[in-house]
Design a protein around this ligand. Structure first.
Ligand code: 8YV
Length: 309
């Protein structure tokens, strides 16, 4: 008998197909009243496939649940405590997205410093014949601060070295086996660096770590890049800092209330805004989908996940 798996939310069509072939899959999105369905039939499911979401209520609604497999590395919207209390392992998709997220971080750094997007808007608006675009900022050889030196942080550092950047990082605790200097104070890191890249985990433990004080320390010639979670940055404080020109600019892939982006941010020219595309390439999304499948397959055949959050 195929294990009964609940699919929460939509997944890539190719992944949904693969899951439906291997498991007795049920898509919660097809239910007119998902809560009533779960109340009645939640006990049927032993597996849950999701794209980053599983709160305590959803976990409780599936009393026989044995495993969760999530699309994405971030598990900040999965109640890990509720899962752990029931001994339910949570699978995620680390490593396969490191390169693409790191590529995007570097892309945002170059764009915000050099004004690629902003100067293209200038050109398309027909402004070039009226005068040259104002001089922007150099990235090569500058100072990079990384908030959250994990797997993706290391991939960003590796790329930044090719731009002759001087690199330091802030984590709560220093990381072993790295030659990159640890800065115990995030404010001091922000004061030191020209570019502060946020690539820490999301969730309660990192909420609003990048606050007004950090943004002021980064200063009018500093750039903030966020490819982690919107929750790590105090967004209203960021908007005010950008509007007051207390911060040089920002490159943002993530926002506090996605897919809503504050109109105040959209009105600014010294920001580069992209819609959470860090892992959004054909190659990386295929690898993430495969890991979601492999985690479930592995759990049901060996009792172990390939990658556990
Ligand atoms: C998302 C991400 O998973 O991996 C993560 O944590 O933020 C992204 O790769 C992606 O947007 C799909 O939900």
């Amino acid at each position: 008998m195929k294990p009964r798996v609940l699919q929460y939310g939509r997944l890539m069509p190719s992944l949904e197909k693969q899951l439906a072939e291997a498991f007795d899959l049920h898509r919660l999105v097809d239910e007119a009243d998902p809560s009533a369905f779960l109340a009645q039939r939640g006990a049927e499911f032993v597996g849950l496939a999701t794209a980053g979401f599983a709160d305590a209520a959803l976990i409780a609604a599936c009393p026989k649940l044995k495993v969760i497999s999530s699309f994405g590395v971030g598990v900040d919207k999965i109640d890990l405590k509720a899962a752990a209390e029931r001994g339910i392992p949570v699978g995620n998709t680390p490593d396969v997205l490191n390169d693409c997220v790191a590529d995007l971080a570097i892309g945002l750094m170059i764009d915000v410093a050099r004004g690629i997007g902003a100067s293209e808007r200038y050109l398309r608006a027909g402004s070039w014949p009226k005068g040259a675009y104002p001089l922007q900022r150099r990235m090569s050889g500058k100072k990079l601060g990384i908030l959250g030196l994990g797997r993706i942080g290391h991939a960003i550092a590796k790329r930044a070295l090719a731009f002759d950047m001087d690199i330091r990082y802030h984590n709560r605790r220093a990381v072993a086996d790295t030659s990159i200097a640890h800065e115990p104070s995030l404010v001091e890191l922000a004061r030191w660096c020209d570019f502060l890249v946020v690539i820490s985990a999301g969730g309660a433990g990192t909420k609003h770590l990048v606050n007004e004080e950090v943004l002021n320390a980064l200063g009018p010639e500093g750039f903030l890049i966020n490819v982690a979670r919107g929750s790590v940055v105090d967004e209203p404080a960021l908007v005010r800092a950008l509007q007051d020109k207390r911060l040089g600019g920002a490159g943002l892939d993530v926002f506090e209330n996605e897919p809503q982006v504050p109109a105040e941010l959209m009105a600014l020219d010294n920001v580069v805004l992209v819609p959470h595309i860090g892992s959004a390439t054909v190659e990386t999304r295929a690898a993430m989908a495969q890991r979601v499948f492999d985690n479930l397959k592995s759990y049901f055949s060996t009792g172990k996940l390939i990658s556990q959050a």
